[in-house]
Design a protein around this ligand. Structure first.
Ligand code: NAI
Length: 448
């Protein structure tokens, strides 16, 4: 993707702390940022370009955006995983005329080289450092909000929550937002139900072209990737426990089975549990699974799914990780209390030595393992999720005044448009209904 580095707004030259950071690393840039090291930008740029090749739908949208400038003058504060795919979304929005600022949606998911390249090569302000502590994480959200956004783009609803609780003075300028993930959508719907949500938000996650593919195949593959990169363990023959058989859980289970693991599902929803059983998995309670599992992955969006009573039963050497949005699915506080010592055995692998002699391994501090230890979802699947993001922002800019202060799905025609564009990019043609079929499918008079 060719870059000219244009489009810096005066507002981008404000952040004080960042000024210090970029002056140390790259005195010639004036883009506000707090990134690890601008010298990492070369690698980041090559990786961003590599991902862009696998994002044909977003490429198409970018071309349309460059021509039509549908986001001219719109300020966007984005709180997303800072990955190569996100970088391409940011550039697409910017090329549609928006002024974009980006911060991380998880302390461990930032790719520092990508953050550096976005600042140096694309003049996009970024506030994100892999491994940042909670205080810095929230200060970065504040820096993104200092942009006085018209649109918020969130992944997990942390930015929206901070805006509604600590930065309410900014609310009058916000016209709408988007939310990327299941957990964020749940939080936003709860805000709408309590009557506190102050503007309309489109639930990107609820688009079929998002959760059917990103959550299932994306999380499925990249979670396995994260576990393998962190541990280099052999999955074949292992008892592999997946907690939660939703969109992500289905994907993780499917891919673990493909690697030869003996997959066990735990669920709280009887329908999902039955589905898992008939998909050919063993289904049992976490208490039972705890006794026999070798590897555990939580993908529920819930808290304390693996808790003290389960730790008590785990086999020596059991590996625990999470791919759900927040790091609350494994009760790490309880595990820490049970441990006599802790040490880092490999990058992203922490050993908890329990008083009874067992050793339990936790990957990536219980944070999203696919982003902590691997690179997140492959670009070709994020192509659809981020096409939904870009088209939804455009839709929001056009229609915000007639939309309710609620969290609702991507309009179906946009969802279908994304599917059509993806198929086209893959060279796949599908049939069309004939007029006769259309009539038949909408009538009741014809029978046997
Ligand atoms: P979903 O709603 O489709 O599935 C969650 C499943 O967990 C449901 O079937 C529910 O019944 C089950 N569940 C809830 N509490 C449970 C418990 N205590 N024990 C066992 N099962 C339980 O949600 P989806 O889309 O699969 O997302 C799951 C989580 O993954 C969310 O936090 C979401 O934000 C996150 N996510 C992570 C991604 C990643 O890159 N790692 C990508 C997309 C989503």
């Amino acid at each position: 993707m060719g870059e000219d580095g244009q489009g810096e707004g005066a507002s981008r030259r404000r952040a004080v702390r960042v000024k210090r950071v970029f002056m140390a690393n790259n005195p010639e840039t004036t883009v506000p940022c707090d990134v690890k090291d601008l010298n990492l930008a070369d690698t980041g740029k090559r990786r961003i370009e590599w991902a862009f090749q696998s994002m044909p739908v977003l490429q198409n949208i970018r071309k349309q955006f460059i021509k039509g400038q549908p986001l001219a003058g719109v300020r966007i504060a984005a709180c997303l995983h800072v990955t190569t795919e996100t970088a391409n979304l940011m550039v697409t929005l910017r090329d549609g005329g928006a002024e974009v600022r980006l911060c991380a949606s998880n302390p461990l998911s930032t790719q520092d080289d990508v953050a550096a390249s976005l600042v140096r090569d694309y003049s996009i302000p970024v506030f994100a450092i892999k491994g940042e502590n909670n205080e810095v994480y929230y200060s970065h959200i504040m820096s993104a909000l200092d942009h006085k956004p018209n649109i918020t783009m969130d992944d997990g609803a942390d930015l929206v929550t901070v805006l509604h609780t600590k930065r309410q003075e900014l609310l009058p300028e916000v016209i709408g937002g988007t939310e990327e993930t299941t957990t964020g959508v749940i939080r936003l719907k709860a805000m709408a139900k309590d009557g506190v949500l102050q503007y309309p938000i489109i639930a990107i996650n609820d688009a079929a072209t998002k959760h059917l593919f990103d959550n299932r195949y994306g999380t499925g593959q990249s979670t396995i990737d994260g576990i393998l990169r962190a541990t280099n363990c052999l999955l074949a023959g292992m008892n592999f426990v997946v907690a939660g058989y939703g969109w992500c859980g289905r994907g993780v289970a499917m891919r673990a089975r493909g690697m030869g693991a003996n997959v066990i599902i735990t669920e709280v929803d009887p329908i999902k549990a039955l589905e898992a059983l008939m998909d050919g998995y063993r289904v049992m309670s976490m208490s039972e699974a705890a006794e026999i599992g070798d590897v555990f992955v939580t993908v529920t969006g819930d808290k304390a799914v693996i808790a003290k009573e389960h730790f008590e039963k785990l086999k020596n050497g059991a590996i625990l990780c999470n791919s759900g949005h927040f790091n609350v699915e494994i009760d790490l506080e309880a595990l820490a209390k049970m441990a006599s010592s802790r040490r880092q055995t490999r990058e992203f692998v922490e050993e908890f030595a329990l008083r009874d002699g067992r050793r339990i391994y936790v990957l990536g501090e219980g944070r999203l393992i696919n982003l902590a230890a691997a690179e997140g979802h492959p670009a070709s699947v994020m192509d659809m999720s981020f096409a939904n993001q870009a088209l939804s922002v455009e839709y929001m800019v056009k229609n915000h005044s007639s939309l309710p202060k609620d969290c609702f799905p991507v309009p179906q025609d946009l969802d279908k448009q994304v599917a059509r564009m993806k198929l086209e990019s893959m060279g796949v043609k599908i049939d069309r209904l004939t007029l006769e079929q259309e009539r038949y499918l909408s009538s009741w008079s014809e029978g046997t």
